[in-house]
Design a protein around this ligand. Structure first.
Ligand SMILES: C[S@@+](CC[C@H](N)C(=O)[O-])C[C@H]1O[C@@H](n2cnc3c(N)ncnc32)[C@H](O)[C@@H]1O
Length: 202
């Protein structure tokens, strides 16, 4: 399927990329200038990481996913795109090389952000055909975003940027999590609060 400037294969190992995530990709492209190091957390099919490598070919791009099956598919998609993206299995920042601490220009993520109770309300084709680990973050839904916000300042270079997709119902809570990077909430094309953008203090 198309995602921004690239094609990715999707199957039951991963979430099918959504239109709002293409907007996340566009926001990220608009706010960085010639990034050297890009990290995509919770990469799924690799859509964001591969599209960003296509757009910024001189950047070193890393992506992580806790699901070994998703990481496998992301590697296949990067290989099929002919783009050099390092896909690592593991929890958020944990698999990244330590020398990246304080050196990342851009962190992007479309993490799981549903609450456990929201799973029952999803359309059957989403609930039964997309991995639960791709959808549900915990009892509240903003747990993975809170962890990204907590760790981002130590991984970003001064002035480095973090952009994440969020639930439309979590804007104020997520802004609170991202206060250490002066997080701002941004609306999608329909006026819903769907992104947080922050920058590491200089
Ligand atoms: C909402 S999907 C997004 C996939 C893809 N980035 C996209 O935009 O379509 C979230 C992904 O995060 C992964 N994931 C969930 N918890 C994680 C964690 N703690 N660390 C890394 N990846 C995680 C899931 O396996 C899933 O592939």
């Amino acid at each position: 399927m198309p995602f921004g400037p690239i094609e990715v294969a999707v199957d039951p190992r991963v979430l099918v990329p959504r239109p709002e995530t293409e907007q996340l990709y566009e926001i990220a492209c608009d706010i960085v200038d010639d990034p050297m190091v890009i990290v995509d957390l919770c990469t799924g099919s690799g859509n964001l990481a591969i599209a960003l490598k296509h757009t910024f070919p001189s950047a070193t791009v890393y992506a992580t996913d806790i699901s070994p099956d998703a990481a496998d598919l992301a590697r296949e998609n990067a290989r099929d795109a002919g783009l050099d993206v390092t896909i690592l299995g593991g929890d958020l920042f944990e698999p990244l090389p330590h020398h990246l601490r304080g050196r990342i220009d851009l962190i992007v993520s479309n993490p799981p952000y549903l609450a456990v109770a929201e799973l029952a309300d999803l359309p059957i084709d989403v609930r039964d055909h997309e991995p639960t680990v791709a959808l549900v973050a915990g009892p509240v839904g903003d747990e993975v975003l809170a962890r990204i916000a907590e760790a981002a300042p130590e991984w970003l270079r001064p002035g480095g940027v973090v952009v994440c997709e969020i639930s439309e119902f979590h804007g104020p809570a997520v802004a609170g999590h991202f206060v250490s990077v002066d997080g701002e909430i941004k609306q999608d094309l329909f006026g819903k609060e769907r992104f947080v953008i922050g920058a590491a203090r200089q």
